[in-house]
Design a protein around this ligand. Structure first.
Ligand code: BES
Ligand code: MN
Ligand code: ZN
Length: 507
């Protein structure tokens, strides 16, 4: 999708469709003396231009437009406008309108208009609740994310997409252009991740994931190293290898490095991703129902690859290394078995209780390796537990942190990116649940608090390094489509990680 910035008068923009946001400014007016009029309904169009206001006036005064979130009203041949259509898009209550809603509205505009066969449109940046450059950024991010669809293998796929978007904005052109360029990188990197996650496991083996990472790295100028089984064994990654040993598909240890000239030696951010390209559960095999979804068990790894793409293009002044542990989790004559004891790269011994708790095993060695490579701060992302879905549903990802200051900074990044994650606890008491009789630690923690005991396991390998763990099992895949986003891979966490990386050396 091409994106153009326009500082013209919205009425003068020649386009197939001009999108304007309408907000509901109705005030609950209990104190009104006029008892016959309890609520004063007031729907306003977020465009100051008089011709656009005039074009929308009749339909707004008719009461047909309420401003409700995602409500869409299309007018053809709007009088006095150069646009062929005017789409009035409801943005909800004016007093709670923010960049978060705007991003979703832009996505919804793309999805509505492409379904009608349009290829291009223009959208007017609203003036309420959002700064001018923030508005441009939110619109472009939301539109690019909305333009993605996951039905790539349908032979009768209608290739409906928006090819060009014009954002009609105000203010400083250079600043808005910068916001637009940054948003494109963020949105396209998120979609890059979604493309990787969308592929079924026969088209996305660890080897293919590594090749895709390498190709991207070459394009954007990142260093990329890819290692196979020999190196994994040589590094004594006994936890990672214990998962990989059961599969005929070779594993891949993918290392991407961003080391810009002029960046300080420290701090170094390490991004560690779970890249299980298919999770059958191994010998502790999963039930057949829903197993097909386990193709997205590499979403954490794909998230880190997408984040590194954006980082390489946005060029923050900080060293950042990504480590993706890619493997299948298969049952076979070579597969590990419950009761086996594995020695992780850090030297800790692990009793395997359930071979389906494989994500924490590959990450244990990924986290340790990141520390060995000199990372001073760690973030991992993984579709780690069904338990996080029980706890937080499909709305919030789980965040775990062993460092409050690092969590606070990440929380700022979340709000800039407009992504929802909820902090979960890591009290020492939970460690009891993963104590083993035969080894240092076991890989499952019983029935209750499963997302937490999984995180407690990882914490053992982050040791004293400030660390965040993102459990994206419930949020990496959209079970249903939404007005602003397709069904399928969501690309959650890419934007927040990049926002975090941008400010990483700032404070
Ligand atoms: N990949 C799964 C977690 C998962 C569940 C991802 C649902 C996406 C959606 C993970 O490897 C797993 O199997 N976890 C087990 C752990 C258990 C055996 C302790 C789980 O959550 O059931
Ligand atoms: Mn599993
Ligand atoms: Zn898994």
């Amino acid at each position: 999708m091409k994106t153009n910035l326009s500082l013209s008068n919205p009425a003068e923009v020649e386009t197939d469709c001009l999108v304007a946001i309408v907000l509901d400014r109705t005030e609950k007016d209990g104190a009104s003396k006029d008892q016959s009029q309890k609520d004063r309904t007031q729907v306003v169009i977020e465009v100051s231009d008089a011709s656009v206001k005039d074009a929308a006036a009749d339909v707004i005064t008719s009461g047909e437009v309420t401003g409700k979130m995602f409500e869409s009203t299309v007018l053809h041949h709007p009088a006095k406008l150069k646009a062929k259509r005017l789409l009035l898009l409801g943005g909800g209550k004016a007093n709670s309108f923010s960049a978060f809603e705007l991003r979703r509205l832009a996505g919804a505009a793309v999805r509505t208009l492409k379904a009608r066969g349009l290829r291009s449109f223009a959208i007017v940046a609203p003036e309420t609740g959002v700064k001018a450059d923030e508005a441009v950024k939110s619109i472009v991010e939301g539109a690019i994310v909305g333009n993605f669809d996951s039905n790539t293998y349908q032979t009768d796929r209608k290739d409906q997409k928006i090819d060009a978007l014009t954002v009609v904005a105000r203010g400083d052109q250079a600043k808005q252009q910068e916001a637009m360029d940054e948003a494109r990188i963020l949105g396209e990197s998120q979609n890059f991740t979604r493309d990787l996650v969308n592929e079924p496991s026969n088209h996305m083996t660890p080897t293919i994931l590594a090749e895709r990472a390498r190709k991207m790295a070459d394009e954007v100028g990142l260093k990329c190293e890819i290692y196979g089984a020999e190196k994994i064994k040589e590094l004594k990654m006994g936890a990672f290898w214990s998962v990989a040993q059961g599969s005929d598909e070779p594993p891949a240890l993918i290392v991407l490095r961003y080391e810009p000239a002029g960046a300080p030696e420290k701090p170094v951010l390490g991004l560690v991703g779970k890249g299980v390209t298919f999770d059958t559960g191994g010998i502790s095999i999963k039930p057949a129902d829903g197993m097909e979804k386990m193709k997205y068990d590499m979403a954490g790894g794909a998230t880190m690859i997408g984040a590194m793409r954006a980082i390489a293009l946005l060029k923050p002044k900080a060293k950042i290394t990504a480590i993706i542990c890619a493997t299948e989790n298969m049952p076979s004559g070579k597969a590990q078995k419950p009761g086996d004891v594995q020695i992780a790269m850090s030297g800790k011994s692990i009793e395997i209780i359930n071979t389906d708790a494989e994500g924490r095993l590959v990450l244990a060695d990924g986290l340790h390796y990141a520390r060995q490579l000199g990372c001073t701060h760690l973030i991992d992302a993984a579709t780690l537990t069904g338990a996080v879905v029980v706890a937080l549903g499909y709305t919030n990802a789980g965040v775990f942190a062993n460092d409050d200051a690092m969590y606070e900074r990440f929380s700022q990044a979340l709000s800039k990116a407009g992504e929802k994650m909820w902090r979960m606890p890591l009290d020492d008491e939970y460690k009891e649940q993963i104590r083993s009789n035969i080894a240092d630690i076991m890989n499952t923690g019983g029935r209750y608090g499963g997302a937490i005991t999984a995180a407690m396991f990882l914490k053992e390998f982050a040791e004293d390094t400030p660390w965040l763990h993102l459990d994206i099992a419930g949020t990496a895949w959209m079970e249903d489509q939404k007005p602003w986003i397709a069904k399928g891979p969501s690309g959650i966490a890419v934007r927040s990680l990049v926002e975090f990386a941008k400010d990483f050396t700032a404070g």
